[in-house]
Design a protein. Structure first.
Lengths: 823, 102
């Protein structure tokens, strides 16, 4: 256990005015393509659509590089760029700004998102070539990048949550991109719903944290933050409102110039937790709610959010289904960036998680469980993308082991290396799928190394990386994680210290790493070695000798050049194009970029006889990413080799303040070498068995083993029936509840409504009758009485003089008689 | 039998009553005019009788003369009206002249 070398202070902020440009460009791209993309595509072809999208991405990457260079020029402790745009809301002492911040951690994320994102956009040009709603795809993709940038660049929880939901939306839109297929639409929905569960945890954790920091609506009495030394100010101002951000800032209590109390800003939160003299740390560590450590609860709830987004047990189920989306989407969202958001969040809040050994223990434990669970499912999958999906879930588990045990930089480093090699793998699989005419079943591939050399080499390189061989980047991050896991004796579960947990996680991790190596090389051998099996179930007219077959594949790409002989394409074109194969090769790039002949290409695609190498946009991106997977290894050369901290660890140190305080055991360098050897051995063992069993598809052993252990095989192949378990445990009860609710609705609510309607009608009829007969009757009665009176009185006026005379006489007589009577 | 004021008054009242009845019941316009004459003369009898019995003066006689003159004028106007009624309704039945009813 070593103490921090120096007293931690506030983060020095450098205000800059251009950070908002980084997310702006993808937003503009998304907006243009969403609003007028279809028209542009109609008028100018698909080129204009992807040019807009790709330009936006490169512009964002450019601005990110500018920010990166500025950050490099700052002293390492002051690397914090802030760009506050406007005030989102002001409530009492709290202000929330719409602002962006870049520290070394988010800088790394932004570079990954915009850099790899740009490459994947370029890849999509070739991959989505035949897609009619090309503009929609690029619009969604840009929207995703925008949301993801908000997520990582937001300087407070509000902006982060906005991005958090935004990437969920973009993910949903892209998974169900081909929404006419109900399965794919369903997969999108599944992802969205599973993420909702996580988001609920995230929000609950956020609110709890907010409350813990003194954000209760009514001032509390008794023990609590309010009784600390800033209490008088807080009490005085608790009821005073603030109309503007400046007023709120003035109202907020501060201890030693550090704003304390409820805040949404990561920087303020970090400052008040990290600087001991504010007392916030003690308060948080000391608070309990219903007997549970409040901080542990907060961290675990936040981690539930991470579980949803980063596909950890038990919320991982959506990620394998998310493979229904186009392959570039799987690479960008479901491997390189979005799914790492949870890891990023935990790393970003390292100062909170580090305070709660129990929460750390849970994070690491869930990570380890997910790593081995998902890896074992990957063993027997036949869909190449499913293998990669489970591999992603497993690798995310590794990242959570890293951030869980407190090796935040190692988790972040694995995030970075994984982004490269998994993007390579996914895009490689995309290239294979494209080459095999939208076939994803590895049983129908094989022997592709002849046809797709570039794809094959990049895929192999990425396999080395993920399996953990020292000449690729995966080795450095994975071994650092596992080594740190082994040396962490500080974890706890339910508040009980569990020193055995670290080594146990190490063992699980090594087993999972062996498995990873095995299934990745299995997929490699099944796909690229042996004989091509793709024609088994197809029409066989194109199954000719390899030379003319590859020539046919080339002609596939040169449709634009040969658009005039479309008729030839329609009926067995292979012989027609066998001779000028070289010419086609030259034309291939032009064909790949051309988009105007999509229908012809599509028509051709269904003939699907032979695999072919993908267009240059695809192979270029693959090569760049594979190179990236190599070069990023230099960021993490272990301390045991050079005596210096790895470059990335040094770079991330200012952002990961809790890193230094984590009490890892210190073992000798020799021991560390031994751990590295174990890691390589694990990869080698997996590789060896995969080669033995699957190379060239010659071995009969896999089939025999499958026969022998059919029961186990089925259980694993069916993913441990987790989906079925969910169907029984979650879906069925919710359907039951829905049915009950429906019954209640139709039988009780509807009846109540109908009853209300009937009563209302009766009352209305009654009221109508009263109106009609009583009120109207009274009015009419007055009128008719008047009329009748008029009619009778009218007959008095006869117009005859004598009648009047009678009247006058009668009157006189009455007067006389009265006179007599009265007197 | 001494003839007293009462006797005159009874005659006057009878004349008035006959006049009224005539006016009220006659259908002939000329008869009605005649009834009016009776009423006026009934009044004249009263004037003269009261003058005589209230002692001295000629006030009553003068009034009676005025009434006679007035009656002559009235008869002239009345006959003219009767003529007009006849011209309008082609009859002098007063019941026919009920245009005022409307």
């Amino acid at each position: 256990m070593h103490e921090t070398a120096h007293e931690l202070g506030r983060i020095a902020v450098t205000n800059v005015g251009y950070l908002w440009l980084i997310p702006l460009f993808p937003l503009i791209g998304a907006t243009i393509n969403a609003l007028v993309g279809w028209k542009l595509q109609q008028l100018f072809g698909k080129k204009i659509v992807h040019r807009i999208a790709v330009t936006a991405m490169f512009a964002a990457f450019g601005v990110a590089l500018v920010a990166f260079s500025q950050m490099l020029r700052l002293p390492s402790e002051e690397r914090f760029l802030q760009d506050t745009l406007w005030n989102l809301m002001t409530a009492g002492r709290m202000t929330v700004d719409f602002g962006f911040a870049l520290d070394p951690l988010s800088m790394m994320m932004v570079l990954v998102i915009t850099g790899i994102g740009s490459l994947i956009h370029v890849f999509s040009i070739g991959y989505m070539h035949d897609e009619p709603s090309y503009w929609r795809f690029f619009s969604y993709l840009n929207l995703f990048v925008f949301a993801m940038l908000l997520l990582v660049m937001g300087d407070n929880f509000a902006v982060m949550f906005f991005g958090w939901e935004g990437v969920g939306l973009a993910s949903y839109l892209l998974i169900s991109f081909w929404y006419t297929d109900p399965e794919k639409a369903k997969a999108g929905m599944k992802a969205f719903v599973a993420n909702r569960f996580g988001d609920f945890g995230f929000l609950a954790g956020l609110f709890l944290l907010f409350w813990a920091l003194g954000g209760a609506w009514t001032p509390r009495t008794g023990s609590g933050l309010r009784n600390n030394d800033y209490q008088p100010i807080a009490e005085l101002n608790a009821t005073a409102g603030a109309a503007t951000a400046a007023q709120a800032h003035a109202l907020a209590p501060a201890v030693h110039d550090v704003k304390v109390g409820p805040t949404m800003s990561f920087r303020e939160l970090r400052d008040q937790v990290v600087i001991e003299s504010t007392g916030v740390k003690e308060h948080l560590a000391g608070s309990t709610i219903w007997g549970v450590s409040l901080l542990t609860l907060v961290c675990i709830l936040l981690f539930v959010g991470a579980m949803g987004k980063s596909a950890q047990i038990p919320l991982y189920v959506w990620l394998p289904d998310a493979m229904a989306g186009p392959t570039p989407v799987s690479a960008l969202i479901h491997a390189a960036t979005m799914v790492t958001a949870g890891v990023y969040m935990v790393a970003r809040l390292n100062f909170l998680f580090a305070l709660s050994p129990s929460a750390m223990g849970w994070v690491a434990l869930i990570g380890a469980a997910t790593a081995i669970f998902a890896a074992s499912i990957g063993f027997f999958q036949y869909d190449i993308k499913k293998v990669l999906a489970y591999s992603t879930v497993s690798q995310l588990g590794f990242m959570f082991i890293g951030v869980g045990v407190g090796a935040y930089w190692a988790g972040a480093y694995h995030l970075l290396t994984h982004a490269f090699f998994k993007a390579t793998l996914f895009l490689g699989s995309g290239s294979v799928i494209l080459g095999c005419h939208h076939e994803q079943d590895m049983r129908k591939m094989g022997g592709l190394k002849k046809h797709m050399p570039i794809t094959r080499w990049t895929y192999l390189a990425a396999c080395w990386a993920i399996a953990g061989f020292p000449w690729m980047n995966g080795f450095y991050s994975k071994d650092e994680i596992l080594y740190k896991a082994f040396t962490s004796g500080h974890l706890a579960l339910f508040g009980v210290p569990t020193p055995w947990l670290g080594p146990a996680i190490f063992v699980v991790g090594i087993v999972a790493a062996t498995g990873t190596s095995f299934y990745m090389f299995r997929s490699y051998y099944m796909t690229f070695t042996g004989e091509y099996r793709g024609n088994a179930g197809h029409h066989d007219e194109h199954n000719e000798d390899p030379h003319s077959a590859s020539a046919a594949a080339m002609s596939h790409l040169s449709v634009s050049v040969h658009a005039s002989d479309g008729a030839v394409h329609a009926d067995g074109h292979a012989h027609g194009h066998a001779a000028p194969a070289h010419g086609h090769a030259v034309h291939a790039p032009a064909a790949a970029a051309a988009t105007a002949h999509a229908p012809a290409h599509d028509d051709h695609g269904h003939h699907g006889g032979t695999p072919h190498e993908s267009p240059w946009t695809v192979t270029l991106v693959l090569s760049l990413l594979a190179l990236g997977s190599f070069f990023t290894l230099f960021l993490g050369i272990p301390m045991a080799w050079t005596g210096k901290a790895p470059i990335l660890e040094h770079w991330l140190a200012p952002a990961l303040t809790a890193q230094e305080g984590v009490p890892f055991q210190h073992l000798s360098h020799t021991t560390e070498y031994m751990f590295q050897a174990i890691g390589v051995l694990a990869g080698a063992v997996g590789w060896f068995f995969a080669m033995l069993l699957f190379k060239d598809a010659k071995s009969e052993v896999p089939a025999r083993l499958k026969e022998r252990f059919l029961g186990v095989w089925t259980v694993v192949y069916e993913k441990y029936y987790v989906d079925e378990l969910y169907a029984v445990a979650v879906l069925k009860p919710s359907l039951k509840v829905a049915q009950a609710a429906s019954w209640f609705d139709s039988n009780v609510i509807d009846r109540l409504v109908l009853l209300t309607g009937t009563v209302t009608r009766v009352v209305a009829n009654l009221d109508g009758a009263i109106d009609k007969y009583l009120v109207d009757g009274a009015v009419n009665a007055v009128a008719s009485v008047t009329q009748e009176c008029g009619r009778y009185l009218r007959s008095l006026q006869t117009g005859k003089v004598q009648t009047y005379l009678y009247g006058a006489l009668g009157g006189a007589l009455v007067v006389v008689l009265l006179n007599f009577l009265i007197s | 039998m001494q003839i007293s004021l009462s006797h005159f008054l009874v005659v006057g009242a009878l004349l008035f009553a006959f006049g009224i009845v005539t006016v009220a019941t006659r259908r002939n316009a000329v008869g009605v005019l005649m009834g009016v004459e009776l009423i006026l003369n009934g009044a004249n009898v009263n004037f003269v009788a009261f003058n005589h019995y209230s002692g001295g003066g000629v006030t009553g006689q003068v009034f009676a003369l005025f009434v006679i003159v007035l009656a002559a004028a009235e008869a002239a106007v009345g006959l003219a009206i009767v003529l007009a009624i006849f011209q309008t309704f082609k009859t002098i039945d007063v019941r026919a002249a009920d245009l005022m009813r409307e």
